[in-house]
Design a protein around this ligand. Structure first.
Ligand SMILES: [Zn+2]
Ligand SMILES: [Zn+2]
Length: 235
């Protein structure tokens, strides 16, 4: 290690995204071995569309995905929105963005590789409205998408927009979310082709992903896969 690197790591030590303990940086990630072994990973049988856990031997697609005919072709979501994962996702908004987005992207990329890595031509992300972007200063889904692109060597493209003044999805019921998503998101004036990977930070009912995926399909994509860091238990 160069002397200047030593000084730098002494002044700004790498911390684990999930427990904040000082660690050495390796494998594109800031996740300590203990957290890697104890994160709330989604394991066992999952819905073939949204990746939510399902009973072994039950239908391959969950009730919600069947009821709402979600237009995406598959999901890569490594964690449940619980414990350390929930805390880290809340902290992303206030902490070291580089550290958090890289670790979250690493977990998504790892999930994609484990599930057989389908053909993905480009990565895109769920947008924020111009007002929210100004207020927060960054779009966490975009940061995660950009790191995922670096790790998987896939280009990242801005494709969708969100209008100002629509309520945050988290404050609404499932029914209201679907209506709100329809009003909130729209396609940019671009023609697309090939398979897209659409990234959001948290997956709840699928209303946002569903709306954004159908816009991408209308813009010309052949298939849309979705990925988020964690699945929040409503589905
Ligand atoms: Zn840790
Ligand atoms: Zn499902």
């Amino acid at each position: 290690m160069k002397f200047t690197d030593k000084i730098f790591s002494f002044l700004f030590p790498h911390k684990c995204t999930f427990c904040r303990e000082v660690i050495s940086y390796k494998n594109n990630t800031f996740i300590c071995t203990r957290c890697m072994e104890s994160l709330p990973f989604i394991e066992g049988a999952v819905c073939a569309k949204c990746a939510s856990p399902r009973q072994e031997g039950s239908m391959p697609i969950c009730n919600i995905c069947r009821k709402f005919a979600h237009p995406y072709s598959g999901s890569f979501t490594p964690l449940l929105y619980d414990g350390k994962a929930r805390k880290a996702l809340i902290n992303l908004k206030f902490n070291n963005k580089e550290n958090f987005s890289r670790s979250f992207a690493f977990l998504i990329a790892d999930n994609i590789i484990r599930k057989g890595f389908p053909n993905i031509d480009f990565i895109t992300y769920v947008p924020l409205s111009p007002d929210s972007l100004k207020e927060r200063g960054f779009n966490q889904s975009q940061l995660i998408a950009e790191k995922c692109g670096e790790i998987l060597n896939i280009p990242v493209t801005d494709t969708l927009s969100r209008i100002n003044g629509t309520p945050q999805q988290a404050t609404l019921s499932h029914q209201e979310r679907r209506k709100n998503a329809k009003k909130a998101f729209f396609a940019q004036n671009k023609k697309l082709s090939g398979n897209a990977l659409l990234i959001d930070d948290i997956y709840t009912t699928g209303s946002t992903m569903s709306r954004c995926a159908s816009l991408l399909l209308k813009m010309g994509c052949s298939k849309v896969y979705i990925a988020s860091v964690a699945l929040r238990g409503k589905n």
